[in-house]
Design a binder for this molecule. Structure first.
Ligand code: FES
Length: 154
């Protein structure tokens, strides 16, 4: 198994486009060596770095968060299990919050998909008089607000 991969091999192995790999390289997150013919050669460990970036994106981490985590990995050697474990510990809280949000969203939408009633009494999405706009832009009831947040408390 080759220890150094061409950019095409790395693209085939990860499923990323060559331009996406160049993007990560340009951000300083990958450090390929150059051959005598000035071709990039990536260490095999970069498959895991890029895989982490792809999975982290799927999990909802921003590019800035992904970059910050990748920058904690050592330059000049393959990351060890301990290096990856540190990242895992740091993002665990973020992932737990994301899981809770997805579960809440699923549960709220379960009742509404295919319903469409927007019942004042029963629907968790009904936004009477657009009161939820007080909390900001976006789908406030899916982002954590509830109608009780906007009840008059006179
Ligand atoms: S649309 Fe009917 S309960 Fe939400």
């Amino acid at each position: 198994m080759a220890e150094q991969l061409s950019i095409g091999d790395l693209a085939r192995r990860t499923g990323l486009s060559v331009s996406a790999i160049r993007f990560y390289e340009a951000r300083g997150l990958l450090s390929p060596i150059r051959t005598r013919g000035n071709q990039r050669r990536f260490p095999r460990a970069d498959i895991r770095r890029l895989s982490f970036a792809m999975i982290a994106q799927q999990l909802g981490l921003s590019l800035a968060e992904i970059e910050a985590e990748l920058r904690t990995l050592p330059n000049g050697r393959s990351p060890t299990r301990a290096d990856w474990a540190m990242i895992s510990r740091r993002i665990r809280g973020r992932l737990d919050r994301q899981i809770r949000f997805l579960e809440q969203t699923r549960d709220r939408l379960d009742g509404c998909i295919g319903c469409g009633c927007l019942s004042l009494d029963a629907c968790g999405l009904y936004n009477a008089a657009d009161r939820a706009a007080k909390a900001g832009a976006g789908p406030r009831y899916l982002l954590g607000n509830s109608p009780a947040d906007f009840e008059d408390r006179a």
